[in-house]
Design a protein around this ligand. Structure first.
Ligand code: UFG
Length: 341
């Protein structure tokens, strides 16, 4: 029997597709909504192929209240996972109103409809970006947030606050914010993965495209940081492990296991990895070369951030499982699938 039906917004995106697969595998019904502004319908096809299920898909913008209300009217949801958001840091600096409008507007609309239709549980996609450069590492959930350095980052902080205040005000509403560190990799089937449009901003898609010959050379942004090899440190979390964290969060809410009505969890591995270490590991496990050059630091980058995952490990009973080797193999397999290599 189905465990309950979950509305997944932004479900055609990178993390959304992987989460939809895990939810279905865990026995949840899934209804997916996406405006396809930064994704392709083929991503939903990938989810159908992996799970062997027909998945109700509605092409709608979460800012379109009338369209979204149709979805709430047509289904009875036990919860919502809200991925739908714009996510390019640089673009958000150039077009702040687009980001505030999209990311805040859609979240408020989703929460209003949940309230109106009595849907009790929501998981929000937050980010380690809320920590900025922490004074003490690793970052725990109580590490103070730093002022955001981009409108994108600010929307994550504001949405967390919107959720905290809504949960405090509206009886019966529960919220979990998952603060993702750096999601990478792809489903082992290589039927779903990250689909960056244009030149990738993020490290791993740039590496895979360089290995595939689509890009000539990777630029490593800075080797003069105060770290072992001078390149920046991040906590790279496998996207399949990350997807599982969402399922566990939904189960916790639906099962009535929350300690507080609003909870926050770091979702990472707890292990810092440098840019150079990541590049070298990718080359080693896949047997391909990634030409790179060292260039200046990228504006807005922090030196080092990684997670203390104790809370997620103990409270959610969730732990990152896939090794970095395995994750980087899956990233390459996905790139090869995309390029027909
Ligand atoms: N990097 C390079 N070359 C590249 C791309 C990235 O050297 O071509 C480096 C970056 O300087 C950084 C590391 O690789 O040190 C990781 O960069 P990503 O862009 O992959 O990830 P970030 O840590 O910068 O980004 C993450 C999230 C964003 C979030 C951001 C805020 O992916 O969603 O943190 O800082 F907004």
């Amino acid at each position: 029997m189905e465990k309950g039906k979950v509305l997944v917004t932004g479900a055609a995106g990178y993390i959304g597709t992987h989460t939809a697969v895990k939810l279905i595998n865990a026995g949840f019904g899934v209804v997916v909504v996406d405006n396809l502004s930064n994704s392709e319908l083929s991503a939903i096809e990938g989810v159908r192929e992996i799970t062997g299920r027909e998945i109700p898909f509605v092409q709608a913008d979460c800012n379109d209240r009338a369209a979204l209300e149709e979805v709430f009217r047509a289904h009875e949801f036990c919860g919502v996972i809200h991925f739908a958001a714009s996510k390019a840091v640089g673009e958000s600096v150039e077009q702040p109103l687009l980001y505030y409008g999209n990311n805040l507007g859609s979240f408020v609309t989703v929460l209003e409809l949940m309230k109106e239709y009595g849907v009790p549980n929501i998981v929000f996609s937050s980010s380690a970006t809320v920590y900025g450069q922490p004074d003490v590492l690793p970052a725990t959930e109580t590490t103070p947030r730093k002022p955001a350095t981009s409108p994108y980052g600010n929307t994550k902080q504001i949405c967390e606050d919107i959720l905290r205040d809504s949960v405090a005000a509206y009886e019966g509403l529960n919220g979990i914010a998952l603060r993702y560190f750096n999601p990478i990799g792809a489903h082992p089937s290589a039927l779903i993965g990250e689909l960056p449009k244009g030149v990738p901003n993020n490290l791993v898609p740039f590496i895979t495209q360089t290995a595939a010959g689509v890009r000539e050379c990777l630029s490593i942004f800075g080797d003069d940081y105060n770290t072992g090899d001078g390149t920046a440190l991040r906590d790279y979390i496998d996207v399949v492990d990350l997807a599982k964290a969402h399922v566990v969060a939904v189960e916790r809410m639906v099962g009535g296991d929350m300690k507080e009505q609003y909870e926050i969890f770091n979702i990472g591995t707890g292990r810092p990895v440098s840019v150079l270490e990541l590049v070298r590991t990718f080359e080693k496990v896949n047997g391909v070369a990634v030409p790179y050059k060292i260039v200046g630091r990228r504006a807005g980058d922090v030196e080092a951030v990684w997670a203390d995952t104790t809370l997620a490990n103990t409270e959610l009973g969730w732990k990152a499982e896939r090794s970095l080797d395995e994750t980087l193999r899956s990233a390459w397999k996905w790139e090869k699938h995309l390029r027909g290599l």
